[in-house]
Design a binder for this molecule. Structure first.
Ligand code: CP3
Length: 332
């Protein structure tokens, strides 16, 4: 059994496996090299040869316990026919939603548009480089995808005032997402993903109707994924009530963000925990990194704990700091 599965399934506290959110990407010079030649991000995600190379880049450098596929949560809106562009120093820009077109979309057409993602997983499934490591597939949670699909840009760049105005549109999109996010999960699992992570990066924006936007849609995905026989890790960034979240949604593990109070989370969560450390710590110095890493390892020493960050690794991170971090976690 892989070290991460030991933790998730056997609840082992013997070792702390490690991987990092956004490990495949911009902080690596060898990624930037490829990216420079491939200005269209979506096309790069759909290039199964290059996305295989990028997925393996961090695993070649560091002793991570998992590879996460090089893809994006916005591949789902893309698969639904919504235009998705990435603008440098700005982020994603989505096109209009053609709801009537989406309602006519069949499973086959969606899966066909995203076929390179599944091909990537099939190619990696038996890679000798991933021996005894997990291959992580992922999706955005319905809420976070809804936010991008309706707002068209990241809420970082401002949230539309009319966001909640069209309740009917929201209801329709959540229904569509339930169907196609499940299909995307199923396709990834059939192609070789051994873990699914659900990213709910904007969960913290929900202030009411938690049941409708957060609990019900995510619980449904978690149950679906577990029934496919793979583990599922949820990352509800910046939520307040982890205990309720965990009790209702029942994931195999929760990735915590860096605002979480560590003593409280230990009493609140009985399931394995992943992540937490502020990615900015990797921008400081080795001494600070050592102390901060040790803080997490100490607090969770009797709890099944997968080392990871409280959000994605930052683009200006020095790979040497990542190397130092991985060695420290392995030597603990
Ligand atoms: O973890 C990995 O290394 C695997 C690949 C991965 C990417 N995006 C590649 C990527 C994963 C797991 C994601 C998840 C993702 N994408 C999330 C959830 C996690 C989070 O960070 O909150 C979200 C919200 C997105 C949407 C998205 N994609 C945004 C907002 C942006 C632009 C800003 C940014 O973070 O870079 C992207 C682009 C993106 N996705 C890049 C990469 C490597 C950068 C592309 C580039 O080189 O310009």
């Amino acid at each position: 059994m892989t070290p991460i599965k030991e933790c998730l399934i056997n609840k082992s506290t013997k070792h702390n496996p490690i991987w990092l959110m956004r490990q495949a990407g911009r902080y690596l010079p060898e990624f930037r090299e490829i990216r420079k030649e491939n200005p269209n991000f979506i096309e790069l995600c759909l290039n199964e040869k290059l996305s295989e190379i990028i997925t393996l880049q961090p695993v070649n450098r560091f002793d991570f316990d998992a590879a996460i596929i090089f893809s994006d949560i916005l591949m789902i809106p893309f698969g639904l026919g919504q235009n998705v562009d990435f603008k440098k120093n700005f982020g994603p820009i989505l096109g209009e939603i053609e709801i009537d077109e989406i309602l006519k979309l069949g499973d086959y057409s969606f899966s066909k548009r995203l076929e390179p993602v599944y091909k990537l997983l099939r190619n990696l499934k038996h890679s000798p480089k991933l021996e005894n490591k997990d291959l992580i597939g992922f999706v955005g949670a319905p809420w976070t995808l809804l936010v991008y699909m309706i707002n068209k840009v990241s809420p970082k760049n401002g949230l539309s005032k009319n966001f909640f105005k069209d309740e009917n549109l929201i209801k329709n999109i959540l229904k569509i997402l339930d169907r196609f996010v499940k299909l995307h999960i199923k396709n990834q699992v059939e192609a070789g993903a051994t873990i699914i992570q659900i990213f709910d990066s904007w969960a913290g924006l929900i202030v009411k109707d938690f049941e409708k936007y957060l609990y019900e849609p995510t619980a449904s995905l978690v149950e679906y994924t577990k029934n496919l026989g793979v583990s599922v890790i949820c990352f509800p960034r910046n939520i307040k009530n982890f205990k309720t979240y965990s009790d209702i949604i029942k994931p195999d593990a929760i990735n915590i963000d860096y605002n979480v109070n560590l003593e409280n989370i230990l009493t609140d969560l009985k399931i394995p925990i992943q992540g937490g450390m502020n990615p900015e710590i990797l921008l400081t110095d080795k001494e600070t990194l050592k102390n901060e890493t040790k803080k997490y390892l100490d607090i969770f020493k009797d709890h099944p704990y997968i080392f990871n960050l409280g959000h994605g690794i930052l683009p200006n991170t020095d790979p040497n700091m990542v190397d130092y971090l991985v060695k420290m976690v392995k030597d603990y």
